[in-house]
Write a protein that binds this ligand. Structure first.
Ligand code: AMP
Ligand code: ZN
Length: 431
């Protein structure tokens, strides 16, 4: 089932022609913005002279910092009266990164999302309960407009308010939810704590995104809720969710290449990597009026899946995001991604739904502490059982990350629950 079969199954040559036309238009529009005017003149980029897609490489990368320094509107390509919406990214330090949309931009974005939802088999008969944050964050409103566009009944719940989430699923028969993986793991515990068996709620699908998570976490959420979970990827700089979405094959996310030109680069050198190799995803938005952005360094690590997808869509798939180039932890000189630890933990059946990684410095040595919640039944038995589990966990972790973390096994509910994006890593070393 397609939302727009012509565009979703377009042949590669047709797609490249479309990309070229859109790129040329986007470059011409961007030349009027203070930021790109300067960038183009410094790098000898003349939008009217662009003759192949390869010319995009004449434009240097754009970084999150470029968005910050051009705050609030140094990248805006349309008059103020044409703008109907703004969003801002959760940003860590300094000024937030702000994104603007025209009416057409909001509409196109809704089409992208509708495409993704239809690709997973959602129809206008579904009731969609959106548990992603509404507001400046793009997660809530992004899926909201897409779901309405394809005709779902939308319940705009936002995050938290767990009791009401459960009540509304029951009262309105919600069949599809949109949720962060960490909140999903918390919600399923809460549902059980209220004496309800999660699969009895009848939710059939979940869209999981906004933060990195492992295949094991997906499996866990699917098994506990009795549903199909689909990976959804995006970032505010590129509109928000809807950049890439899994289809019913659940094996990699189709990146909508009529909206974006995607590159995979070596994050160290900036050089393009051969097809299929893992590196940093770089995106150019070629179908947005208010704020064209070229060659945006997403800091997200992934790779293209070279094989075509059995679903018939011709837009290339990217693999689950492995992590960010900037969330990499360096512990005693070893590079460690939080996602590697999560993968190990979630493959251990006794592990519950929440964990934390704490980095500390003791006697000038880096120490990693991993606090893991287990299922409560683990605490009813023999203490030696726990010791054996701890040993097994330590060995499994050492095999992957090559360092020896200190492990603390906790009862369910010991760690603060997450309602939005989870904060898993606490680096106390620089304090
Ligand atoms: P924001 O702009 O605040 O929405 O944050 C966007 C970032 O969230 C992306 O660059 C990714 O690092 C992360 N993210 C979003 N969706 C996913 C996903 N499905 N898997 C992994 N990371 C994701
Ligand atoms: Zn597919």
């Amino acid at each position: 089932m397609y939302w727009n079969s012509e565009l979703e199954t377009i042949d590669r040559r047709g797609l490249e022609r479309l990309q070229f036309d859109r790129l040329k238009k986007a470059l011409a529009a961007a030349a009027s913005t203070p930021f790109y005017k300067k960038v183009f003149s410094e790098n000898g980029v003349a939008p009217s002279k662009i003759s192949t897609l390869e010319h995009l490489k004449d434009v240097p990368f754009t970084t999150k910092n470029d968005l910050r320094v051009s705050y609030p509107d140094g990248m805006v390509a349309v008059p103020r009266r044409s703008i109907v919406r703004m969003h801002a990214s959760s940003g860590t330090t300094g000024k937030p990164t702000v994104i603007f949309y025209t009416m057409k931009d909001v509409d196109e974005w809704a089409h992208q999302v509708a495409r993704g939802m239809v690709a997973t088999g959602t129809t206008s008969d579904d009731v969609f309960q959106n548990m992603m944050g509404y507001g400046l964050f793009t997660g809530g409103l992004g899926l909201h407009y897409g779901a309405e566009k394809m005709g779902c009944m939308v319940i705009p719940m936002s995050t938290g308010n767990t009791l009401k989430q459960i009540q509304f699923i029951q009262d309105f028969g919600s069949t599809v939810i949109h949720i962060t993986p960490s909140y999903a793991l918390h919600l399923v515990d809460e549902i059980r704590a209220h004496g309800v068996n999660p699969p009895d709620l009848g939710v059939r699908k979940a869209y999981l995104g906004a933060e990195p998570y492992s295949e094991g976490t997906r499996d866990k959420i699917e098994a506990q809720f009795g549903l199909d979970a689909y990976n959804s990827y995006g970032m505010s700089e590129m509109n928000g969710p809807g950049v890439a979405f899994e289809c019913s094959e659940k094996s990699g996310m189709h990146l909508w290449e009529d909206y974006y030109i995607a590159e995979i680069i070596d994050p160290e050198t900036g050089e393009a990597l051969p097809d299929g190799e893992e590196g940093e995803l770089v995106l150019t938005h070629i179908n947005r009026e208010a704020m064209p952005i070229f060659r945006y360094r997403t800091r997200d690590l992934t790779r293209f899946i070279p094989e075509p997808c059995p679903c018939g869509r011709t837009h290339r798939r990217i693999e689950r995001i492995k992590g960010r180039t900037d969330d990499m932890m360096i512990v005693s000189g070893v590079n460690v991604f939080p996602s590697q630890i999560e993968t190990v933990l979630m493959n251990i059946p006794e592990v519950g739904n929440n964990y934390q990684i704490v980095l500390e410095r003791e006697d000038n040595l880096d120490r990693m502490h991993i606090k893991v919640e287990l299922y409560s039944k683990m605490f009813q038995g023999d203490m030696r059982e726990l010791e054996r589990l701890k040993k097994r966990m330590g060995e499994a972790l050492r095999a992957i990350i090559t360092i020896n973390p200190k492990i603390e096994l906790l009862e369910p509910g010991s760690l603060p629950p997450s309602q939005g994006k989870a904060k898993r890593v606490f680096d106390n070393r620089s304090l």
